[in-house]
Design a binder for this molecule. Structure first.
Ligand code: COA
Length: 248
């Protein structure tokens, strides 16, 4: 579906790897569609117990492709593949582990709020410059962010766009472990195997108890999607996209 998303089934794990290094792993519609399909397939496969999302060395993801944001702006809304992916994060039922090294911007940071265990490298910096781009928080982060870290920290991160280094993300509870870059995958896979080794039914119930009700997250995502679409059409957003795309 997308050459930039590599899915490998290594039961009991499903590995989803973002692999578009020439664009810092920026995400396009086919990439979102491939990840949505991988999540759905993993959820439907009894042999898969844990899903693990990985990036490339030095880059987890630079967020949504800004060229594609321009296309969405002309259409007046986020693309359906993006929206489906966001919803599939909210309704995913299997433990989700992420291994994050380096760049993690926009959805590359907010999707971590849907993960159950996150390993990040020392050089990871989570960045959500929504307001600088004329945009608003997405992926349910306006609900999950303040709930996790409190309003003040969430405001600094998600409204002011202040980058959050991995060590700070660990303190606020967004990241479980901070390790050397070359250890990220090993540690993420070790955590995934640890989860997979435990009784599956009990794990599923515990996870569902710990996470917010999917309906609540879905409702917030739907609200954010409407507002995000309006912001995409704004002069502020167009100016920010043009500035990025025309920089030398
Ligand atoms: N969308 C589209 N292309 C992107 C991109 C994105 N989100 N992020 C990076 N790229 C592209 C660059 O345009 C560049 O392409 P080119 O080589 O064809 O010119 C390539 O990836 C390398 O990026 P570059 O900016 O040179 O790397 P860097 O290491 O100096 O900076 C970032 C990395 C992530 C800090 C910087 O690229 C950036 O700020 N990207 C935008 C992030 C963003 O705002 N995402 C949306 C969040 S809602």
């Amino acid at each position: 579906m997308s050459e930039f998303i590599k899915v490998s089934l290594e039961a009991p794990l499903c590995l989803i790897r973002i692999a578009r290094p020439e664009k810092k792993n920026a995400l396009t519609s086919p990439m979102y569609a491939a990840m949505t399909a991988a999540l759905a397939a993993a959820n439907a496969d009894a042999a898969i117990r844990v899903i693990c999302i990985l990036g490339a060395p030095g880059m987890f993801s630079a967020g949504n492709d800004i060229q594609e944001f321009m296309t969405f702006a002309k259409g007046g809304a986020l693309g359906p593949e993006v929206v489906e992916f966001l919803k599939s994060l909210a309704t995913n039922e299997k433990p989700l582990v992420a291994g994050v090294d380096g760049i993690a911007v926009g959805i590359g940071a907010t999707l971590l709020l849907h993960c159950d265990y996150v390993v990040a490298s020392e050089r990871t910096n989570l960045s959500t410059p929504f307001a600088s781009l004329g945009l608003v928080p997405e992926a349910g982060s306006s609900l999950l962010g303040p709930r996790l870290m409190g309003h003040a920290r969430a405001f600094a991160m998600l409204a002011m766009g202040r980058p959050m280094p991995a060590r700070q993300a660990e303190v606020v509870g967004l990241v479980n472990e901070v390790v050397a870059p070359e250890e990220v995958e090993r540690q993420a896979l070790a955590a995934a195997r640890d989860i997979a080794a435990r009784p599956a039914e009990a794990m599923a119930i515990a996870r569902a108890l710990l996470r917010p009700a999917p309906a609540e997250t879905l409702a917030r995502i739907e609200r954010e999607v409407v507002l995000f679409g309006e912001r995409l059409r704004s002069d502020e957003a167009r100016a920010a996209f043009n500035a990025f795309l025309s920089r030398k």
